[in-house]
Design a protein around this ligand. Structure first.
Ligand SMILES: O=C(O)C(=O)C[C@@H](O)[C@H](O)[C@H](O)COP(=O)(O)O
Length: 343
């Protein structure tokens, strides 16, 4: 796994890491929002970074065109394999930047500075990079571990509640994959009263859960498929929402996917119903509703493209209990539709 640095001042860590790097060898990718963090972030580096690709914000721009803009900056400004690309942003920026870095001249170095909760606990870690293609989530991508990930919770104070809840869905997934105590703590959190410091402890815990899984199976041959829990249906919902021009945030779609896939787990693997209902109530309370039943065929069609599929049908990771995994389950379409009706 990459080395993950927790800090209360990302600018100090960056200045230390970039100490020996010459100006012409440093490149930055950010989006229209996070570019605003860059002056402060790079203020301790003793020159002003000038090679910055600024991308449009949002999942709709997680595209080959955005990757091309990063490649163009790197190519025109003479980036080398030894150069460094610093990705400053949420999951879209770190996925796009990581992909561009992993393919430019067959691979240059990359440092992630995740600025959203979702990117800090999930997207910027573990080396999955890529972009959406043909209406499908992360259809093109690489496994490429960044050199460093710098986690500074102070970025989260700028985060709208909706964005925070999006990242929180991945943490609930981590709770389901680890232990009852962590899940209960997450589901009973008082957001308004949670300080960045309290969040830091939770972020550390989620990062450790992900790290332990990825380090055993970095290229998703088996165990890592558990990190995709909630995403088989979640990604289909997210793609549908983009197609319909009513885009949900990634974690919002994952929250709905978690409910549906927990339902499948109850039906197929005996996951405890009371915990399923607890998670479902939480999701119903804090996440947007989405009209799924009008689109079951489209959703199922999207699931047929899931990267975990190995034969006809849709491959689900299911949970017999908290922290218990069952890989490679192919559920019937009727049961999948029933699960969608529960969301
Ligand atoms: O790290 C992983 O492995 C995951 O599956 C984590 C997911 O939360 C994450 O959204 C991931 O990018 C999804 O990957 P994909 O392979 O389903 O595109």
């Amino acid at each position: 796994m990459e080395s993950i640095i927790f800090t209360t001042d990302a600018s100090i860590v960056l200045a230390e890491l970039l100490g020996g790097i010459r100006h012409e060898n440093l490149f930055i990718v950010a989006d229209k929002h996070t570019v605003g963090f860059c002056d402060r972030l790079f203020e301790k580096v003793d020159w002003i970074p000038s090679h910055v690709a600024v991308l449009d914000c949002g999942e709709e721009y997680k595209s080959i065109e955005s990757v091309s803009r990063i490649w163009m900056m790197l190519s025109k400004r003479g980036a080398r394999r030894s150069s460094i690309l610093v990705c400053v942003g949420g999951g879209v920026v770190t996925d796009l930047g990581g992909f561009a870095a992993s393919t430019f001249k067959r691979g240059m170095r990359c440092i992630n500075v995740p600025t959203t909760l979702l990117a800090q606990v999930d997207a910027s870690l573990g080396g999955k990079t890529g972009f959406n293609f043909n209406g499908l989530k992360n259809e093109i991508g690489t496994f490429s571990i960044p050199e460093k990930v710098i986690i500074d919770v102070h970025f989260l104070s700028h985060l709208p509640v909706r964005e925070r809840m999006s990242g929180f869905a991945e943490m609930i997934k981590h709770g389901l994959l680890s232990d009852r105590e962590y899940l209960t703590r997450l589901l009973s959190l008082e957001y308004q009263e949670t300080s960045p410091e309290d969040f830091l402890e939770l972020i550390r815990r989620s990062v450790t859960i992900k790290d332990e899984i990825v380090s055993q199976d970095p290229r998703e041959q088996g165990l890592r498929k558990v990190l995709n829990f909630g995403h088989t249906i979640g990604h289909a919902i997210e793609s549908l929402s983009i197609m319909r021009g009513m885009a949900l945030l990634h974690g919002e779609a994952v929250a709905l996917g978690l409910v549906a896939e927990l339902y499948l787990s109850v039906k197929e693997k005996g996951f405890p119903e009371e915990i399923y209902l607890e998670v479902r109530n939480f999701v119903k309370r804090y996440y947007p509703n989405y009209p799924l039943m009008e689109h079951v065929d489209t959703l199922y069609g999207l699931m047929l493209h899931d990267k975990k599929n190995e034969r006809r049908g849709v491959n689900f990771t299911l949970l017999p209990g908290i922290g218990e995994f069952s890989l490679d389950n192919y559920c019937s379409k009727d049961l999948v539709v029933e699960a969608l009706s529960q969301v």
